[in-house]
Design a protein around this ligand. Structure first.
Ligand code: FES
Length: 139
């Protein structure tokens, strides 16, 4: 059976989510396994959200906010980037690997960029294979 990565994509309301919306409106394709969760700002990302996504069986976590310098709340995207750098170390320690986590940006008008990031990230996770937590959860 072909492995179809399941990716939890956290997107900020003002840029990431709007970009995803624009990608959809333009009928740009990205894998159906990408499930989007809208946050007001990626600065709201708590390490718990990331770890919980893996616990729920997702194979990867993608966080898409505004470009640096354009966060609607000032520096939420910088906070998210720094926070997730720490979470990446935890993922390595857990054996999941930091490759399953990506923090990036797409402005509200960058639907094609959102689709590209989603497609590239899914391919990256596909190469990593299913999350090792899947087996643990199934027990
Ligand atoms: Fe988009 Fe803060 S509002 S990252």
């Amino acid at each position: 059976m072909t492995f179809e990565p399941q990716v939890c994509a956290f997107a900020c309301n003002w840029c990431g989510y709007s970009a995803a919306d624009q990608a959809g409106a333009a009928k740009l394709e990205y894998p159906a396994g990408v499930k989007i969760v809208r946050l007001m700002c990626t600065g709201m990302m708590d390490p718990y959200y990331t770890l919980r996504a893996f616990e729920r069986g997702f194979d990867g976590v993608l966080i898409i906010g505004c470009h640096i310098g354009t966060c609607h709340y000032g520096t939420g995207n910088v906070q998210a980037r720094d926070e997730m750098a720490r979470v990446a170390r935890v993922l390595n320690a857990l054996g999941l690997g930091q490759g399953r986590l990506l923090v990036d940006a797409a402005s509200a008008s960058e639907g094609p960029r959102f689709a590209k990031l989603a497609n590239e990230f899914v391919e990256r996770v596909r190469k990593l294979g299913p999350s090792p937590l899947r087996e643990v959860i199934a027990q």
